[in-house]
Design a protein around this ligand. Structure first.
Ligand code: ADP
Ligand code: MG
Length: 150
């Protein structure tokens, strides 16, 4: 993996060439997570958001396997250094479904939130979030990903 910090102001830009490398970027990010942080994870279907989330969970010391909570919106993990609230809002019909899970307790609590497809609930996101954008590049290798963290 390579890092290029100069591309976008203060953003960290990583390039990965395998799922394992994306996992390790997630792991490193998870190790640095602090209570109350909200990480917004965006990028197309199959780009590697869940791979990143799995690494992130491992970085928090969560041994339990992490999968995409696509059918439940929220999966909670309490065994790590900090509680992890893993949202996947891809299939959400309206933000009222977020009210039903009581999202404010998680967004403004002392754990860490990781939200796959955060752009689908833009109107209720806190102002202060960490944005993680994962992209493919049609001109690069099939397994190439660019990860921008800001
Ligand atoms: P998402 O959650 O964004 O829909 P997933 O993480 O479930 O995507 O799946 C990503 C897929 O892309 C996996 O099948 C993974 O093996 C593959 N892949 C290939 N190269 C990479 C890479 N560099 N980083 C992450 N995933 C990759
Ligand atoms: Mg996913």
């Amino acid at each position: 993996m390579t890092e290029n910090k100069k591309q976008k102001g203060t953003a960290d830009v990583w390039e990965t060439f395998s799922p394992g490398e994306t996992y390790r970027i997630g792991e490193m990010t998870g190790r640095q997570a602090r209570p109350g942080q909200v990480y917004c994870l965006d990028g197309d279907l199959g780009v590697g958001k869940t791979v990143f989330a799995q690494g992130f969970a491992a970085g928090l010391g969560i041994a339990e396997p992490v999968s995409s909570p696509t059918f439940t919106i929220l999966q909670q993990y309490e065994e790590g250094a900090l509680p992890l609230y893993h949202f996947d809002v891809y299939r959400i019909g309206s933000v009222e479904e977020m009210d039903e899970v009581g999202y404010e307790d998680f967004f403004y609590g002392d754990g860490v939130c990781l939200i796959e497809w955060s752009r689908m609930i833009e109107e209720i996101l806190p102002e202060d979030v960490v944005k993680v954008q994962i992209e493919k590049d049609p001109d690069r290798d099939f397994d190439y990903r660019r990860i921008t963290i800001l």
